[in-house]
Design a protein around this ligand. Sequence first.
Ligand code: ADP
Ligand code: TYD
Length: 211
Amino acid sequence: MNGILISLEGPDGAGKTTVLKEILPEIKKMKRDIISTREPGGVRLAEEIRQLILDPKNTEIDSKTEMLLFAAARRLHMQEKMLPALKAGKVVIVDRFIDSSVAYQGYGRELGVEVVDWLNNFATDGLEPDLTLYFDIDTDVALDRIMSNRADEVNRLDLERAEMHRKVRQGYLKMVEKEPQRYVTIDASQSVEKVVSDTIEAIKERFASIF
Ligand SMILES: Nc1ncnc2c1ncn2[C@@H]1O[C@H](COP(=O)(O)OP(=O)(O)O)[C@@H](O)[C@H]1O
Ligand SMILES: Cc1cn([C@H]2C[C@H](O)[C@@H](COP(=O)(O)OP(=O)(O)O)O2)c(=O)[nH]c1=O
């Protein structure tokens, strides 16, 4: 497999979705085909699972069910979309991947990192990103962004207590500390323009040979 897998990670409201849209024109100049995708979702059935997970009315989904649904959606997405692209040598940019489960289910829901690592590995057969861009932001600033800018599309997980969001951020920070070679941390509290240029810079630096 000679493709390149880049994941975007961070707390809700960090700006990943906004940045991904903005960086694509520049990133498409790379000497490789590129696809961008997202989790949960990316393919038809996984998008259906996404609806189930995020619907605020589905209050009966407990932490373990949630973890299993994310893992099922990940497996579908990986088999149907990510692996074929990677095998064809493409660059795959994914908005959230395995680290989201570690941060949200492992740390946020307190299911524990070991069990989540195991399930991630089971779902992906050990596929890991070549580079993970971690968009770091203070929890209160991120929650303010969600509530003031995106109130019309607040989902079940956005509605979790601030305490859960704090645990998620702390989880991400621990992951970056444990495996620094895989991550580049982007200061997501800056203006959109600066976050976008830092992100492009980080990708160019890591993959200079294909720019
Ligand atoms: N750098 C930024 N500064 C201020 N607001 C931002 C910034 N980046 C994104 N936003 C806004 O914050 C909200 C959350 O951004 P979004 O891209 O959906 O984040 P994520 O995908 O990480 O949850 C959106 O309303 C977006 O317009
Ligand atoms: C992929 C994944 C996402 N999530 C959460 C993070 C988000 O709160 C939500 C995805 O919703 P989404 O609206 O895509 O959030 P964002 O724009 O912040 O990426 O699902 C998990 O809890 N575990 C996972 O494995």
